[in-house]
Design a binder for this molecule. Structure first.
Ligand code: SF4
Length: 386
């Protein structure tokens, strides 16, 4: 079995080179070819000795993910559905803005946490993604977008681990993938621009703070344990008090001096003015209450199985005002890519029932895509789903 070089961080690639009888510094050259230039063929790597390229051809591969579909929204958001084998599929979404390009990527096929408002949570859990499968989403998207935009400059400036899955329940591959994102010989993203979003796996929040402190977002969604127990089942294991204490500990390592708290606004469930006051009190229970967090209110994207509806706009505004008046920095997330089901919580809207994925995928064309060589084909087939 050949090694997939997308699975290696720089240290792992150096060890691999040593096993081939090569100097460790060759790994840096290889790493740059793969991640900075998007190479997928060893023949392209003109500054590597021919003998090394020949060794690599028989021992290694650079294997991205098959693309099941690509959808481009009228607002420029792009959603890809990737084939990760055995009937499983994961999604990534690119969100362009005037001052940044954000890629939202997946860490698991499905999710075991089962949040009530989340489309992925309703499809069940299949498996953890490997390092290579996590990083392949960025590798593909970055080089595809460069070709699409006709630039050699970096296009993706921010990565958020907010796609399918709970990243902290796939910890080792997550951390390796983060290290590749941060490595100056690969994507060179700053820690402030890489965000891990968690539903609140308390021990792993602490671990991340020690191992690879990047920006942290926590799915809060409720002002008390009774409401949160019904929305985020993990709350029964790690209740709010423990979660908020973990947030506070993380601040000592975080690249930003705040943690983002995500709050999905659900009509009649967690959006009353009384609950906003309760949330102020909950967050105010922390030292330095006003400054340690930012609250991001997210308009819910309804899907039938949830039995939930979106809060009226006026209620979101009233809720936001109570937080803001209390001195808590509060934003309301713009919805992006609504027309292609790429908005938050809609990922996997296409693959809600994991048991049916295989059947649906058989009806689709799966394309093994080299981001560079096959770019032209992709832009002429913006939507390749069957
Ligand atoms: S919100 Fe995140 S943790 Fe919760 S079910 Fe969805 S993917 Fe899993």
């Amino acid at each position: 079995m050949t090694a997939n070089l997308l699975d290696f961080d720089l240290e792992g690639l150096a060890a691999f080179c040593e096993r081939l009888g090569e100097k460790r510094f060759r790994a840096t050259q290889l790493f740059r070819w793969i991640h900075q230039k998007g190479a997928s063929q060893f023949d392209e790597m003109s500054d590597l000795a021919k003998s090394l390229r020949e060794k690599l051809t028989v021992t290694a591969t650079i294997r991205g993910l098959g693309i099941i579909s690509q959808h481009i929204s009228t607002d420029g958001t792009i959603k890809w559905l990737f084939d990760v084998g055995a009937g499983d599929a994961v999604e990534a979404v690119y969100i362009p803005e005037s001052d940044r390009g954000t890629l939202c990527i997946s860490s698991q096929a499905g999710c075991v946490v089962g949040c009530r408002f989340c489309s992925t949570g309703h499809q069940g859990f299949s498996r953890n993604l490997t390092v290579g499968e996590i990083i392949a989403q960025l590798w593909f998207a970055e080089h595809f977008l460069r070709r699409r935009l006709g630039t050699e400059e970096r296009v993706i400036s921010n990565v958020v681990m907010m796609g399918m899955g709970e990243p902290l329940l796939n910890y080792e591959p997550l951390v390796r993938a983060l290290r590749i994102m941060l490595d100056d010989h690969a994507y060179g993203l700053s820690r402030r621009r890489v965000t891990v979003s968690t539903s609140g796996v308390v021990p792993m929040i602490d671990a991340l703070g020690h191992d690879c402190p990047v920006a942290l977002a926590v799915s809060l969604h409720a002002p008390n344990d009774a409401v949160r127990d019904g929305l985020v089942p993990l709350n029964k294991k790690y209740p709010l008090r423990e979660l908020l204490q973990a947030c506070k500990r993380y601040l000592a390592f975080a690249p930003r001096d705040f943690i983002t708290l995500e709050y999905c606004m659900l009509d009649g469930v967690n959006d009353s003015c009384a609950q906003a006051v309760e949330l102020v009190s909950l967050l105010g229970g922390m030292d330095n209450a006003v400054h340690w967090c930012k609250v991001n209110l997210i308009p819910f994207n309804p899907f039938p199985a949830s039995g939930l509806t979106r809060s009226p706009r006026g209620q979101v505004a009233a809720f936001a005002k109570i937080l803001t008046d209390a001195g808590i920095v509060t934003t309301v997330r713009k919805t992006r890519g609504d027309d292609i089901d790429a908005a938050c919580g809609q990922l996997a809207g296409d693959v809600q029932d994991i048991t049916d994925v295989q059947k649906r995928m058989l009806r689709r064309r799966t394309i093994k895509l080299n981001p560079v060589l096959e770019f032209d084909r992709m832009v002429t087939e913006d939507s390749v789903h069957g």
